[in-house]
Ligand binder design. Sequence first.
Ligand SMILES: Nc1ncnc2c1ncn2[C@@H]1O[C@H](COP(=O)(O)OP(=O)(O)O)[C@@H](O)[C@H]1O
Ligand SMILES: [Mg+2]
Length: 241
Amino acid sequence: MADWQASSAESAPREPECVVQLRAVRKSYNVGSPNETEVLHGIDLTLARGEFCAVMGPSGSGKSTLLNIVGLLDRPTQGLLSVCGEETTTLDDGALTRLRGHNIGFVFQFHNLLGAFTALENVMLPMLGAAGFPSPAMATRAAELIDSVGLTPWRDQLASHLSGGQQQRVALARALAMNPALLLADEPTGNLDTKSADTVFELLRRVNRECGTSVLFVTHNPALASRCDKTIMVVDGLIKA
Ligand SMILES: Nc1ncnc2c1ncn2[C@@H]1O[C@H](COP(=O)(O)OP(=O)(O)O)[C@@H](O)[C@H]1O
Ligand SMILES: [Mg+2]
């Protein structure tokens, strides 16, 4: 087994049962300035291992802020957040980056692929980032991931030459590169036609079922939300019961 595979397996523990736990999480922007605004007003949320949870709510209600906090891209202003059993609020930036890199995959509405790189290269990037050097094992793993999202014929195409649905499938394969315990998907189907959206959703569902990956899936589509294990509604910075 290559070094990057060993280290990712070791640092992505499959215990404990709660992958995400938020207690009374508040988030303010522009703290200390005259235009300080509190956007999240005390969020309690638990995501169990293997749970697939839809996140719905109006635009501007705080869904992306919530996902960015759970994904350790941003810090809560108050409250407690544990990810994969680790309390994060006291961790320094380096520790947060390591926890994120080994445990969390992201898929955004706009795929954020590097257009001048091939589909395969885009999927290899997180592994390269973690190991610091390329290896044949990475290319093999990336090719398997590309295959799992049904894109083998397009593997060596530049990302910028793929359709929107194909790009989002590459983004999903890239998010899975480190075999994360948690997948955060912020409106991943928001920009897709119905058929492509269904394909991407089914891929997310399959990863969730086959790998036990926990998923937070932001969507405005009630039909897709109804196919998740549960739905939370975010309204004005609070989870509505
Ligand atoms: N970096 C920021 N600085 C100040 N306000 C922000 C910032 N990011 C988001 N907001 C505000 O926080 C609120 C929630 O935004 P967001 O989490 O993006 O909502 P949603 O994803 O539900 O549409 C909005 O009022 C938005 O304008
Ligand atoms: Mg948003």
